[in-house]
Design a protein around this ligand. Sequence first.
Ligand SMILES: CC(=O)N[C@H]1[C@@H](OP(=O)(O)OP(=O)(O)OC[C@H]2O[C@@H](n3ccc(=O)[nH]c3=O)[C@H](O)[C@@H]2O)O[C@H](CO)[C@@H](O)[C@@H]1O[C@H](C)C(=O)N[C@@H](C)C(=O)N[C@H](CCC(=O)O)C(=O)O
Ligand SMILES: Nc1ncnc2c1ncn2[C@@H]1O[C@H](COP(=O)(O)OP(=O)(O)OP(=O)(O)O)[C@@H](O)[C@H]1O
Ligand SMILES: N[C@H](CCC[C@H](N)C(=O)O)C(=O)O
Ligand SMILES: [Mg+2]
Length: 492
Amino acid sequence: MQLKNLFYKIPLLATSGSMDTDVTELTMDSRRAGLGSLFIAVRGTIADGHSFIEKAIQNGATAVLCEEFPTELNPSVAYVRVQDSARTMGLAAANFYEQPSRKLKLIGVTGTNGKTSVATLLFRLFRQLGYRCGLLSTVQNQIDEEVIPATHTTPDAISINQLLTKMLTHGCTHVFMEVSSHAVVQERIAGLTFAGAIFTNITHDHLDFHGTFDNYIRAKKGFFDQLPATAFALTNVDDKRGLVMIQNTAARKETYSLKTLATFKGKLVADGLFGLHMLVDEREVWFKLIGKFNAYNLLSVYGTAVLLGEDSTEVLTLLSGITPPPGRFEQVVSDDKIVGIVDYAHTPDALQNVLETINNLRQANDRGNLPQVITVVGCGGNRDAAKRPIMAEIACRFSNRVILTSDNPRNEDPMAILEQMQAGVPPIDFKKTVTIEDRHEAIRQAVAMAHPHDIILVAGKGHETYQEIKGVKYDFDDRAVLRSTFIERANH
Ligand SMILES: CC(=O)N[C@H]1[C@@H](OP(=O)(O)OP(=O)(O)OC[C@H]2O[C@@H](n3ccc(=O)[nH]c3=O)[C@H](O)[C@@H]2O)O[C@H](CO)[C@@H](O)[C@@H]1O[C@H](C)C(=O)N[C@@H](C)C(=O)N[C@H](CCC(=O)O)C(=O)O
Ligand SMILES: Nc1ncnc2c1ncn2[C@@H]1O[C@H](COP(=O)(O)OP(=O)(O)OP(=O)(O)O)[C@@H](O)[C@H]1O
Ligand SMILES: N[C@H](CCC[C@H](N)C(=O)O)C(=O)O
Ligand SMILES: [Mg+2]
């Protein structure tokens, strides 16, 4: 595609060289530039893409998109200067791939918790309704049957447009994607045309990246502010910030609630290990998902399907048979009936929700004793440090025993993270808390502490199959470790 077509309707500040230059691919990484590439220089959190312009040209880039021209311009290269190269990258990627998001129904899900759950439920529901669908999620990307590993919750703008194009080629009509707050701030969704957007909730997370809670709210709201008038914006009005999200959107405003009047109204009748018993728009339904938070997820999925024109009865019938995504309240039970629960709760709110759910589900034995709740939990390195003591305190408040351990320490010292967690343990709970850096050993100890019918919550990693330490991803799967430890126990 010629540069001038690539920048169709995109405001440019200056150009140098020929706008007829042919561009064969887009890249924001000089190491990936090849012959005919347009290299997009983005200012990142660690490096400044502008310092790699020369490298990209050496690797074959024939055009450069940047916010500042290099002091020396190469006469055989075309340069384009813009106000914001990350945003322009999104707009240009949409032009380059001929606006794939406009050719299908793209639904974005944002919120601190529940994005993967809602996007995956929608994907599964719409496949059962007979559509070919795409999914962009933390767990994996999917083009109908085909699974493509995910590196991010929301990929970069070039990858999104490439994936959408592939989805179109495979005949997909609906795509469900998670929109992380990082993605909004870094303009990974610029240039996409959404048919609908969903807000789940907002609580403490990622303050390392956003600085303040207000900035974090603004980031999420930024998604709704960008929506076109043709889209719908479906928000959870039971969340304190639910209405703030849609305050300035041009999209059609729709709401869901378990507590108050809303476009889609639900009521929780009962929840237990069987799942959820709800009234949805006055109709009685049983779902297989566990925990009150999933009542919200299901209601938003139902609302979205109805807003997309699906028959409400068929939607409820299909939804009642749907199972949760991997690593979300996933149960691994030992032969002697110790209940292991692996859950991706990695924020204070999610941890509290999942532990409250577990506490509500506990049933006393014949002698009137309640089973113990043993929680194994850690907090990620190079991520929000403020949540560490809070999560430790929550684990203590809702558990009989707590084992603090590692969860992707990344480039931080694992013991330093654990010390920050320990700072949140109230003195009264010192006795029931231990710290075991090695996650495998931590799970082993939890199993050793457990009696039949006790519940072991292993929180934070869910579907993850690795433990990331100093840039290396070691194989690690909470579910597999629980299973093998249960077998070891049975053999002793
Ligand atoms: C903090 C963060 O979001 N970082 C993302 C960001 O990287 P960055 O700003 O650090 O990039 P950088 O290393 O400073 O480099 C700046 C630019 O120079 C370029 N470069 C760099 C080196 C070189 O030799 N040549 C070159 O061209 C880079 O390609 C980049 O364009 O832009 C990159 C490209 O899009 C992302 O891969 C990267 O995600 C990192 C790996 C990451 O871990 N991100 C996490 C925090 C994240 O985004 N998480 C959210 C989910 C959160 C949630 O769900 O709760 C997500 O959407 O996944
Ligand atoms: N609607 C919800 N409200 C609160 N907590 C939830 C909700 N849905 C799921 N959770 C909890 O949060 C955890 C993560 O859920 P999920 O993976 O769906 O969230 P996410 O928003 O995709 O997370 P991430 O930011 O890592 O992509 C679940 O394992 C569960 O414990
Ligand atoms: N999408 C989140 C996932 C956190 C999962 C947890 N296991 C961790 O590594 O902190 C992030 O990248 O911050
Ligand atoms: Mg997710």
